[in-house]
Design a protein around this ligand. Structure first.
Ligand code: TNX
Length: 515
């Protein structure tokens, strides 16, 4: 080590940089083993856009940038070597090749994030970077239900995730306030359920909630496009259809699936909601058919079924639900919560996929294969782990990015508590006291971006960045490499300028703080 630093975020496993530089020029070309051509092409496109050079993909070992398969590495692992003669990327698989290309782009500086030639690329430091991730689920959840995020905004988030070597995008597609995915068999879900118009709220609530008419949804082609775009960047999209609560948009479209059968509007205000799914066979069939279309659209292994924040009062007070619970041999009507989730989980498992649910699911007899998403602090995760389940950590005490980032006067209206950048940076994925033999069940973690109060892309950017940069390091980098002062120095000197060039409206470290 010479003390030279690359400024990479997340910080790599090993970086050994030397004096001297390599300056790319218009003669640069790229070559790649067959398995990595797509990733090499991605790098070539980035270079073409930002420099105007031709950057051909060639079949010659004379190319300046060479991607090679290295069977001794894990699929996400890579080695990037920069010498005066050229750049050699040895990767365990296509994902590793892409991560190497991401690191190289970071080293080329802000200019490499622009869509037209503006300035010169930074000279590359000479040396070797060896890198691989610490955790395999490096995630971000976007709530596109409370405020719809048009697909171009989703593409931007996917690009930013890839830049930070995150690999799992959880889309919260449905909630009380909106249904955001076209389901052909049930067209009213989007015809009715994607739009909210009315509000019967008092002045105080109107000041807090967005009461303007709002709506939007992804067509099935939009979803295919999002999934394919993410896939090229080695990001898996995990869809969530939240049931059996948080379903008022569904009930507005198909009132026969509510407990009382009344016509409800798509909900405007947020927070806990008593309206839940009716526990009849017809309703189970309808929701399973929705999941069938969702599973067609999202080829990944994980399918979210929600399960969070479900008041039981409607079932408890409804005579039909009580007799239904009796028929099913359940102890009481509130057990319909568990019964419904068991039906949906079983349906997803029988299709060969893995159901994902929020930690409230631990209140019921949970099928073994359900992946538990621990959001109420670490407790759910710990409990699930001791039951031998796979978990993803998403504690609201650290990884809720709808929270505010300082208690200064110029912060936008938050939900929840203060979660500062240093707090996110200090995040530990493994719940305290995790025994070594259970560590492999902690797949990783994700931050959740709930959008009740995040109406626009600018607001989402402001809340996400630079907290996402800190998250990436907690998920990717080795524990002993993490140091907050060093991270902040890298942000200031190297990384925030990259984000700025890409057009991300991050929260400036020292203000001013417009949003
Ligand atoms: C709780 S986290 C919720 C969301 C809200 C969020 C606000 C979870 C599984 N449910 O519906 O948006 O709090 O922070």
């Amino acid at each position: 080590m010479t003390g030279k630093m690359s400024g990479l975020v997340p910080i790599p496993l090993v970086e050994e940089l030397q004096e001297g530089e390599l300056v790319l020029d218009s003669g640069v070309s790229v070559t790649a083993d067959a398995a990595m051509r797509a990733e090499a092409e991605w790098l070539a496109v980035v270079l073409r856009e930002s420099t105007g050079w031709t950057v051909p993909l060639v079949d010659s070992q004379d190319a300046l940038v060479r991607f090679e398969a290295d069977e001794d590495r894990g699929s996400e692992s890579y080695r990037l070597e920069i010498t005066q003669e050229g750049i050699i990327i040895a990767a365990g698989g296509p994902a590793g090749a892409l991560y190497a290309a991401q690191s190289l782009r970071q080293l080329l500086g802000p200019t490499a994030y622009r869509r037209a030639r503006v300035g010169a690329l930074d000279p590359l430091p000479l040396g070797v970077i060896e890198d691989e991730p610490r955790f395999r689920w490096r995630g971000l959840m976007l709530d596109v239900a409370r405020h719809f995020m048009p697909k171009n905004s989703v593409f931007r988030v996917i690009d930013a995730m890839a830049l930070h070597k995150l690999n799992t995008l959880h889309l919260h597609l449905t909630d009380d306030q909106g249904w955001r995915v076209e389901i052909q068999r049930y067209p009213r879900l989007t015809e009715v359920g994607s739009w909210r118009t009315q509000s019967h709220m008092g002045a105080v609530e109107q000041a807090v909630f967005d009461t303007a008419p709002h709506g939007g949804f992804y067509t099935q082609d939009d979803i295919r496009e999002i999934v394919a775009y993410a896939g090229r960047l080695h990001i898996t999209v995990v869809p969530e259809i939240d049931v059996p609560g948080h379903v008022q948009a569904l009930l507005a479209a198909y009132p026969e699936h509510s407990v009382h059968g009344e016509q409800l509007p798509v909900r405007v205000r947020s927070g806990l909601n008593d309206n839940v799914l009716r526990a009849d066979e017809d309703t189970v069939r309808m929701v399973c058919e929705v999941f069938d279309e969702v599973m067609e659209l999202f080829p990944g292994r994980w399918i979210g079924i929600g399960g969070d924040e479900v008041p039981r009062v409607q079932w408890e007070r409804d005579p039909h639900s009580q007799s239904r619970a009796n028929e099913l041999g359940l102890p009481d009507a509130s057990s319909l919560y568990g019964w419904l989730l068991q039906q949906f989980a079983a349906h997803i498992s029988s299709a060969g996929r893995v159901p994902v649910a929020w930690d409230e699911i631990l209140e019921i007899d949970v099928p073994d294969d359900v992946l538990v998403m621990s959001w109420r602090g670490y407790d759910g995760g710990v409990e699930a782990l001791w039951q031998g389940r796979d978990v993803v950590m998403s504690p609201n005490t650290v990884l809720y990015f709808d929270t505010f980032q300082s208690d200064g006067p110029d912060e936008p209206l938050p939900i929840g508590d203060l979660i500062s950048l240093p707090q996110v940076y200090a995040f530990e994925v493994l719940p305290p006291g995790t025994p070594p033999e259970l560590e492999e069940h902690v797949l990783g973690a994700q931050a959740n971006v709930w959008t009740e109060l995040l109406e626009t892309q600018r607001r989402v950017d402001f809340n996400m960045f630079p907290r996402v940069c800190a998250l990436a390091e907690a998920l990717w980098s080795p524990r002993e490499k993490r140091d907050y002062d060093d991270f902040e120095a890298r942000l200031r000197r190297s990384h925030l300028p990259r984000l700025a060039a890409l057009g991300i409206e991050y929260r400036p470290l020292d203000g001013p703080h417009p949003w």
